[in-house]
Design a protein around this ligand. Structure first.
Ligand SMILES: NC(=O)c1ccc[n+]([C@@H]2O[C@H](COP(=O)([O-])OP(=O)(O)OC[C@H]3O[C@@H](n4cnc5c(N)ncnc54)[C@H](OP(=O)(O)O)[C@@H]3O)[C@@H](O)[C@H]2O)c1
Length: 251
């Protein structure tokens, strides 16, 4: 079982996952674009199971490595250092933030296939990308809890997917295997399983400010495995890329 998780990207999602990992007794090695010294506060908060490092070192320190950077930086992930490793892909494509990426706009490949193409020697697994960072932390539950949620998992390597399912269990989530990286369009931004089901109902008629408070403070809602399967089956392949206006904190 995984003992150390490397992180490339230590922002909202990286920070939330690292908190879950250290709470589960795992070690984490955090990295970002600006250098380890800029991660001192986060590492101090995470405690003795955490340290900061450069990207390559974080990549090599982890039994598993979380890639959690903006999609625009996918090709800066250190392919050589990540070779031979299972890489968890939380990346979502937002053209407003990432600029247009022609290969994705064609609609023929998923963002995870593009990442796998860059990380030729790694086993990419898509997961932990379809919940917002606040609920991702707050809705983690121990195995068997009645209000535990499930997350979709997609990947081309069955052993890497199985490893990922075990890690999700330790972090506080059930898993639903939805197929290969080519199938992962079913959980990309804008699909039924993306973010909203885990938030529950937004208060009717909420102003932008009320929506933002609801996003910051709302408890969210459990989404069990059966519901994840239904939502995945209901997906229809549509326009590529997410839109900020369609996100809950936009109001
Ligand atoms: N926020 C959410 O609720 C959410 C939910 C699901 C999925 N996602 C997806 O997960 C990814 C991360 O999102 P986030 O919200 O955590 O972003 P974020 O808060 O902006 O953090 C991004 C992290 O990536 C690092 N980074 C950027 N370019 C890098 C590079 N070239 N090499 C190494 N590290 C680099 C940044 O480091 P510096 O600060 O040093 O630049 C920062 O630590 C995105 O693709 C996003 O779409 C986000």
């Amino acid at each position: 079982m995984t003992q150390t998780i490397g992180f490339i990207g230590s922002g909202m999602i990286g920070g939330a996952l690292a908190r879950l990992a250290v709470a589960a007794g795992l070690n984490v090695v955090m990295s970002n674009s600006r250098g380890p010294e800029t991660l001192a506060d986060l590492v101090a908060e995470l405690g003795e199971h955490a340290r900061a490092a450069g990207r390559e070192e974080a990549a090599q320190a982890g039994d598993l490595v979380v890639a959690t950077v903006p999609m625009s930086a996918y090709d800066q992930l250190p392919a050589e250092a990540l070779a031979g490793r299972t890489v968890i892909d939380t990346l979502n494509y937002y053209p407003e933030r990432d600029g247009r990426i022609a290969e994705l706009d064609g609609g023929d490949i998923t963002s995870s296939e593009l990442l796998q193409r860059h990380l030729t020697g790694s086993r990419v697994v898509k997961t932990l990308h379809n919940m917002d960072w606040i609920r991702l932390y707050s809705r983690a539950r121990p195995a068997g809890a009645p209000d535990r949620s499930a997350l979709p998992v997609a990947g081309d390597d069955p052993a890497a997917k199985a490893e990922m399912v075990r890690l999700l269990d330790v972090l506080g989530y059930d898993a639903v295997d939805i197929g290969t990286l080519a199938d992962s369009w079913r959980c990309e931004p804008g699909t039924p399983v993306y973010v909203w089901p885990y938030l529950g109902e937004r208060p009717e008629g909420a102003t932008k400010e009320e929506s933002q408070r609801w996003f910051r403070e709302g408890p969210g809602e459990p989404v069990p495995a059966d519901r994840v399967k239904e939502l995945i089956d209901a997906a229809v392949r549509g326009p590529v890329g997410g839109s900020f206006a369609a996100l809950p904190f936009w109001g």
